[in-house]
Design a protein around this ligand. Structure first.
Ligand code: 2IT
Length: 450
């Protein structure tokens, strides 16, 4: 049995109840085969892959809080510190009812390669809670965030582990957590959290960064294939921070975003989600705490709401960009996307495509930009924010966004070059895994058995 197969079998046995984690490990390790085979003896002796698949540390804790009726509620908090070979653990916090250790581990594992791809010195980590922010009052959100940080603070720090937002955690939640961290520790450690407000250390451009980065990555994909975004019709899913930044940058670059979506269904807006008013509407929908997009069609009567469906059935797009959540493109969705005749899918959300759907898209000639490369602009800008905080300075929006743009161009090139080198073809999915892995593997080997 090859070393990769041996490790895959062990990981499957050991993490049987964590399908999302197994999904990403399976996808990543399979694509690393040629690199592993070239170094098999050395890597096997050092148990490099076993170490890579085992988090350095996992923290699980009780988060008690009092709701507005005086009732005590209890949630579970998590922080998985996955890999610190190239820098302090870095990655977001997700608050969503379906969060359990398997989700945090899949996100943390992906984060290792993503952070490596940025070219910046950040390791991989992820955390969160099964707390559902929808329908909660502002006071409840604050009490939850304070309780969460009352345990988390002892495990994080600007040189140790630097959380940020993910689904359910935006600038408001980061603010409440930062306040509590500062109160407990009596330190203004600006760089302990990223995605902060602009008045207390946040970076200009961080809010837009994930979406902007995705579109810049998509632009590189199209350019490489002799194409451009100008005049393209783009179907995206989601309506949160990632979808918002994506819709804005698509408009900037002359493309038209024609769909957005929520758990209740999707919106078709043939005029384009392309005005300040429409982007503000996305923010309002997010802030409503209802987690629905239907009201968009009431506010903009030319738009149509399709209940209970996903935008992948919309056939008239040149490019599809999932920006909602994991496994939102399943095999039947991949079939619809292929049937539309599109050439491109660029992943915005983390692991939006099941492995079966991914295989179907690629084997039918669709060029896929993988999330760990395409959405790396968010965490890259977080690292710029860490640098700003450490240097006791403030960067201009232009400084941040110019750097972000060149990071995205470099990531695309690193993915393309790595897949050419090991597979002799342009496959960004494999290339991202390989390019991300090589740097981490080298650092792990250099640092001995730790
Ligand atoms: O998935 C991600 O890369 C994020 N949620 C952002 C992580 C970060 O540390 O900015």
């Amino acid at each position: 049995m090859s070393y990769v197969d041996e490790v895959l079998a062990k990981v499957k046995e050991k993490n049987a109840g964590e399908p999302e984690f197994l999904q990403t490990v399976d996808e990543v390790l399979n694509s690393l085969r040629p690199v592993i085979e070239a170094n098999e003896e050395k890597y096997k002796k050092q148990a490099l892959l076993e170490r890579l698949c085992e988090p350095e540390r996992q923290i699980k804790f009780r988060v008690p809080w009092v709701d507005d009726n005086g009732q005590v509620q209890v949630n579970t908090g998590y922080r998985v510190q996955f890999n610190s070979a190239i820098g302090p653990y870095k990655g977001g916090l997700r608050f969503a009812p379906n969060v359990y250790i398997g989700i945090i581990k899949f996100l943390g594992f992906e984060q290792i390669f993503k952070n490596s791809l940025t070219g910046l010195p950040i390791g991989g980590g992820k955390g969160g809670s099964d707390f559902d922010p929808n329908g909660k009052s502002d006071a409840e959100i604050m009490r939850f965030c304070q309780s969460f940080m009352t345990e988390l603070y002892r495990h994080i720090g600007p040189e140790t582990d630097v959380p940020a937002g993910d689904m359910g955690v935006g600038a408001r939640e980061i603010g409440y957590m930062f306040g509590q961290y500062k109160r407990i520790t009596d330190r203004f450690d600006g760089g302990v959290l990223t995605g902060k407000g602009l008045t207390y250390g946040g970076a200009l451009g961080r809010a837009e960064a994930t979406g902007y980065g995705i579109v810049w990555y998509a632009e590189e994909m199209l350019k490489y294939n002799g194409d451009s975004l100008e005049g393209k019709r783009v179907a995206i899913s989601g309506f949160g921070n990632v979808a918002w930044g994506t819709a804005k940058k698509l408009t900037d670059l002359g493309a038209k975003c024609v769909t957005i979506s929520g758990p209740d269904g999707y919106i078709i807006d043939e005029d384009g989600v392309n005005t300040e008013e429409k982007w503000q509407c996305m923010l309002d929908l997010r802030n409503s705490g209802q987690n629905i997009v239907a009201p968009y069609a009431e506010r903009f009567p030319n738009a149509k709401f399709i209940a209970g469906k996903k935008p992948w059935e919309y056939a008239d797009a040149d490019l599809y960009i999932p920006c909602a959540t994991q496994n939102e493109i399943r095999i039947e969705d991949a079939k619809a996307i292929v049937a539309s005749g599109t050439k491109y899918v660029c992943e915005g959300s983390n692991m939006p495509t099941t492995n079966e759907a991914l295989e179907y898209l690629q084997s039918n000639g669709v060029i896929v930009g993988p999330a760990k490369a395409a959405n790396a602009g968010g965490v890259a800008t977080s690292c710029i924010e860490m640098g700003q905080n450490a240097g006791k300075t403030v960067f201009s929006a232009e400084q941040v966004l110019d750097q972000l743009h060149s990071i995205m161009v470099n990531i695309h090139k690193a993915c393309a070059d790595a897949s050419m080198k090991y597979y002799g073809e342009y496959d960004l999915v494999k290339g991202a895994n390989i390019a991300g892995f090589e740097k981490v593997a080298d650092a792990m080997m250099a640092q001995g058995v730790v």
